[in-house]
Design a protein around this ligand. Structure first.
Ligand code: ATP
Ligand code: LTN
Length: 328
């Protein structure tokens, strides 16, 4: 039997090339090797305020992006988190297993709440990792493919699974994290010390998957570079290193090959070449994206939720019984 994997992306902000290279692109081969579930995590998105109309639109858009990138609903289960109520049901129970001490360690909450202050952050943002643990544990997930920024959350899912199993008997599979390779965390174009982020304040931080060729060109031109003029791949030149990483991931060339191609040339040539490889990927991708209708993607999500629900319901029956709830 194939092992199960689960991963998800929030329908908030503009999906960028970091999300594609660091997450979706790596999921594509996993659809064949694993029993895969991919989720649009709308319940996670509302841990920070969302405009309802935008949220609705973004949820459909993220699902379309999955499809346009090559996620195949014939091979995996693709669904929206809020369609399977068991996610919130299990999250509540796990909230009673998680400790304040566990959540106080979570760096994402610290980072995200730093902007507006912890006092005004939602309680949902604080317990976000518990909901994520519920997503994972509900399906007996063995492997969770995510970027390094999410490793701490998967670690919490392991802790909660172990704690629950110990208290109530063996119930959950303890999941393993599968990290994207070094170089696959894409840094901000305006600040190579921080990851490219959809919630960045400046649009010059990221290249959105829906940016047109002129926008890509403008953003790459404006991307910060390091001092010097040679194209070299080195830790002392984090901005250039990040751009070379993006180049290699879109062109399937090695860093050495990219550096060799631009030997004796300057940043201008390199940036023009980089723009070209990005646009070369984005144009056909955006064509596929535009060809998927709302109705089509709604149908895919509905069918996905039906399949996910079967697994989730059985797990919750087990969990509720172990906890001591009366059967319905
Ligand atoms: P935000 O920055 O607003 O928190 P995000 O861009 O991190 O959002 P998420 O929905 O949190 O987006 O992440 C979706 C997936 O994309 C996760 O697997 C995450 O690890 C991956 N990811 C996000 N940003 C990057 C990045 N810059 N490089 C590589 N992978 C990324
Ligand atoms: N928090 C994740 C998205 C996410 C997720 C999950 C990833 C929510 N639930 C379960 C893997 C497994 C993020 O990437 N920001």
């Amino acid at each position: 039997m194939k092992q199960r994997i689960f991963s998800g992306i929030q329908p908030s902000g503009n999906l960028h090339i970091g999300n594609y290279l660091g997450a979706i692109k790596q999921w594509l081969p996993l659809q064949d090797e694993y029993d895969a579930l991919f989720c649009v995590v709308d319940l996670h998105a509302i841990t920070v305020p969302q405009d309802p109309i935008e949220l609705h639109k973004k949820t459909l858009e993220i699902a379309k992006i999955y499809l346009a990138a090559g996620i195949d609903p014939e091979k995996c289960i693709l669904f929206a988190q809020s369609h399977v109520k068991e996610h919130t049901e299990l999250a509540w129970i796990l909230n009673t297993i998680a400790r304040l001490g566990d959540l106080d360690k979570m760096t994402q909450f610290k980072d995200k709440s730093a902007k507006g202050g912890a006092e005004t952050s939602s309680v949902g943002l604080y317990t976000y990792p518990v909901l994520m643990a519920a997503d994972i544990l509900l399906y007996d997930t063995a492997v969770v493919p995510v970027g390094k920024d999410q490793a701490q959350h998967v670690e919490l899912a392991r802790t909660l699974a172990e704690r629950f199993n110990k208290r109530f008997s063996e119930t959950f599979v303890v999941p393993e994290v599968k990290l994207s390779k070094e170089g696959q965390i894409i840094m901000g174009l305006d600040d190579p010390s921080k990851k490219m982020s959809k919630s960045a304040s400046s649009e010059y931080n990221y290249i959105s998957l829906t940016d047109d060729a002129a926008t890509v060109e403008r953003k790459i031109k404006k991307a910060v570079t390091d001092s010097g003029s040679e194209i070299v791949y080195s830790d002392d030149k984090p901005a250039l290193k990040n751009l070379i990483n993006i180049y290699t991931l879109f062109s399937d060339k090695t860093q050495e090959e990219v550096v060799a191609m631009y030997q004796g040339k300057g940043y201008g040539d390199f940036k023009a070449g980089l723009t070209e490889v990005i646009v070369h990927f984005l144009s056909p991708f955006q064509e596929r994206l535009a060809s998927i209708s709302d109705e089509e993607v709604e149908g895919v999500l509905r069918k996905g939720a039906e399949k996910a629900r079967i697994i989730a319901k059985e797990k919750m029956r087990q969990v509720n019984e172990r906890v001591g709830f009366l059967s319905e």
